[in-house]
Design a protein around this ligand. Structure first.
Ligand SMILES: *[C@@H]1O[C@H](CO)[C@@H](O)[C@H](O)[C@H]1NC(C)=O
Ligand SMILES: *[C@@H]1O[C@H](CO)[C@@H](O)[C@H](O)[C@H]1NC(C)=O
Length: 202
């Protein structure tokens, strides 16, 4: 009887522990558009074409880590930037910062809870197990998307992109990539390294 009561105590305390963890929020991204001309997707914090679209929150996170969402995965193979055009005035940064190139491809997994991963390596491994070798979790803030000041259309595209690798700057908030992922859901991504918005830590 005592054993059963101890068992009950542990079960309850475990449930309590899980509920505390449930409060953690993680950052997500969404697809905004696809360009059939280049076979590229535009992916970022918010779909600006959707008036009821949600902003991501790269600082505190925006979605319960126990929610099931597809993981957004990338395979960076140093593909040169295709000559897509960049529009708009930009915001805090020039427009090109919000139109960086990830140097490869994007795909997604089946929906899963981000809380199941303890660290970035486990998230990367899930991408690789689902999609193949060299697939890893996508990030927006940090090293994956890049831009070059003054890039637009053919300027700093193709061989001109590859020849100017020393001018690459880290992009933020949204990026272009080869791919054509679903647009009916947000995706789990890696948040900025200096924020607490990644479900699995850093
Ligand atoms: C990029 O080039 C297009 C076409 O020339 C132009 O309309 C657009 O304003 C340019 N974008 C930027 C950010 O200068
Ligand atoms: C998803 O993409 C299709 C076309 O590919 C488009 O018709 C539809 O409006 C998009 N949905 C959202 C939520 O953006």
């Amino acid at each position: 009887m005592a054993c059963i009561r101890i068992l009950c105590f542990f079960v309850i305390s475990n449930i309590h522990h899980v509920q505390v963890v449930t409060g953690k929020l993680g950052v997500t991204a969404v697809k905004q558009s696809h360009s059939p001309e280049f076979g590229i997707d535009y992916i970022g914090c918010r779909d600006w074409t959707n008036p009821t679209g949600m902003n991501c929150n790269p600082y505190q996170g925006d979605t319960d880590c126990n929610a099931k969402l597809p993981m957004l995965c990338v395979r960076v193979d140093q593909s040169p930037r295709p000559p897509y055009l960049i529009y708009g005035e930009g915001a805090a940064m020039p427009a090109a910062n919000y139109a960086g190139w990830n140097g490869g491809h994007v795909s997604t997994t089946l929906p899963t809870e981000a809380s199941r991963f303890r660290n970035r390596a486990e998230a990367n491994r899930f991408c690789a197990e689902t999609l193949g070798e060299h697939w890893e979790i996508a990030g927006i803030w940090g090293s994956q998307p890049h831009w070059i000041s003054g890039m637009n259309g053919t300027k700093y595209a193709g061989s001109e992109w590859t020849a100017n690798k020393d001018r690459l700057l880290n992009g933020g908030w949204s990026f272009y990539t080869y791919g054509n992922v679903r647009n009916d859901t947000r995706f789990w991504i890696q948040g900025p390294a200096d924020q607490s918005s990644t479900c699995w830590g850093h």
